[in-house]
Design a protein around this ligand. Structure first.
Ligand code: AMP
Length: 428
């Protein structure tokens, strides 16, 4: 039936024929989080707008154009979270996690909101998993972050992923690079050759020009100077340690000199993981170090590194690669009755089976037996229990094995134990 009001553009209902895929991805993440020592935190879906303005940056597309911001009834500006890192750092500071042994390793998952132009793999409400390691500046934390994301994809069975890595330096070495970049854009093909958005970025944030996906800008940035050539000793050594670590753990990462995050609190490592199945929105994961973010949101200096990955994009990639996505949940037993006067018997049997840990369902819409059998087949149940007048009178139940077609009569009070046994045999 068509409903008059539809879900807002860029959002979608994840229905029962798909939601279990989300559960599968989240279960894998939960397993990896446990194995790597990350603890799960559940954070608010809306925060003070200021957190994102300061924690993501006023000159980013997210803050400039994509936030769902509203004034609440107390006249405060609130924003639906567009990402989790700023909230994670806020939570770390608010709960004084600096007093705990460092690093503090946190993870979370949930919906994010960005007013973007919707297309395949890009939505206005989408799910992210987010992992952060706070309180240490060691390159080993960067390495472990990348390893955590790779382990999630490995356990999910994702293949053909490409890891791109770069360093964005630090506030000590970045100004020299910014100047070199500006000189480069002013000379050669000149500013006029850049797209309009990038011309606007030139003064405010020239590094972001490297990020532009427009062909005219890509062509120019191809020969732009690489930030790696401008890194200070500390950033260069950090990058060297991360890349050495990656080859030590057998991770194949490619240097991408145009991978940048043009904000002062992003420091050193930046990385992205791409999947071909996604088309133009091909990033399945984005991460990096942000040693100056805590200060940017008004706290003390706390180094941090982390990544976020979109669940929709993970699911699209898994589907594209024909990978295992978990099993669609189904009941094991469907209880059918010969007449609606036996409905109570059916409900009582389903109740007993469920209490014995056997997922079961029954019909309470008063359908005829043929329709009930059809429903039973559609449910995917391995067994159907039939209660007819004869069975009710003799205290028995007829059990049909749906894969072999074999049917046998068993005492009603043995139904739960027998079905538990047969179910176990079948699952073996
Ligand atoms: P970001 O926070 O922009 O670095 O994004 C991290 C990851 O979240 C990306 O690599 C995507 O997998 C996912 N993502 C970001 N924006 C969207 C969106 N609008 N729709 C779906 N997934 C997204």
């Amino acid at each position: 039936m068509e409903s008059a009001i539809k879900a807002p553009r860029g959002t979608r209902d994840v229905l029962g024929d798909e939601s279990w895929k989300w559960t599968h991805v989240l279960n894998v993440c939960r397993g990896v989080a446990g194995d790597f020592g990350f603890s799960e935190v559940l954070l608010p879906i809306f925060e003070h707008t200021e957190l994102f303005c300061r924690g993501i940056g006023d000159t980013t597309d997210v803050v400039e154009k994509e936030m769902y911001t509203f004034i609440d009834k107390g006249d405060r500006s609130m924003t639906l979270r567009p990402e989790l890192t700023a909230s994670m750092v806020r939570s770390y500071l608010e709960h004084d996690m600096r007093r705990a042994p460092q690093p503090v390793k946190l993870w979370s998952a949930g919906p994010m909101f960005r007013y973007e132009r919707p297309q395949k793999g890009r939505y206005r409400q989408f799910w992210q998993i987010d992992f952060e390691i706070l309180g240490v500046s060691s390159p080993m934390a960067d390495l472990e972050t990348i390893d955590t994301s790779m382990e999630i994809y490995r356990r999910l069975g994702l293949t053909n992923l490409q890891v791109l890595i770069n360093s964005v330096g630090c506030p000590k070495c970045r100004p020299a690079y910014r100047d070199a970049l500006k000189r480069f854009f002013e000379s050669g093909p000149g500013l006029e050759a850049l797209c309009e958005t990038c011309r606007g970025r030139f003064d405010r944030n020239p590094l972001r020009i490297l990020d532009c996906k427009k062909p005219e800008c890509r062509e120019i940035t191809e020969s732009a100077p690489a930030i790696l050539d401008s890194l200070c000793c500390e950033c260069a050594a950090h990058f060297e340690d991360v890349t050495r670590g990656l080859s030590r753990i057998g991770a194949d990462a490619r240097l991408d000199k145009r991978l940048v995050r043009g904000l002062d609190y992003y420091t050193k490592t930046a990385y992205e993981i791409l999947a071909g199945e996604l088309g133009s929105q091909n990033a399945v994961c984005g991460g990096g170090r942000y040693d100056n973010l805590a200060e940017a949101i008004g706290g003390p200096s706390v180094p941090g590194v982390g990544f976020a990955s979109g669940i929709e994009r993970i699911v699209i990639t898994l589907e594209g690669q024909g990978a295992f996505l978990g099993d669609k949940p189904r009941v094991d037993v469907y209880v059918v009755t010969a007449s609606s006067s036996l409905a109570l018997e059916a409900s009582a049997l389903a109740h007993e089976l469920r209490s014995s840990g056997i997922p079961s369902d029954t019909d309470y819409a008063g359908r005829g037996m043929k329709a009930q059998m059809k429903q039973a087949a559609a449910s995917g149940a391995g067994f159907v229990c039939i209660i007819g007048e004869d069975e009710a009178a003799s205290g028995t139940v007829s059990v049909k094995n749906m894969s072999s077609g074999e049917q046998r009569s068993i005492p009603r009070d043995e139904a739960a134990s027998k079905l538990a046994l047969w179910r176990e045999e079948r699952n073996r």
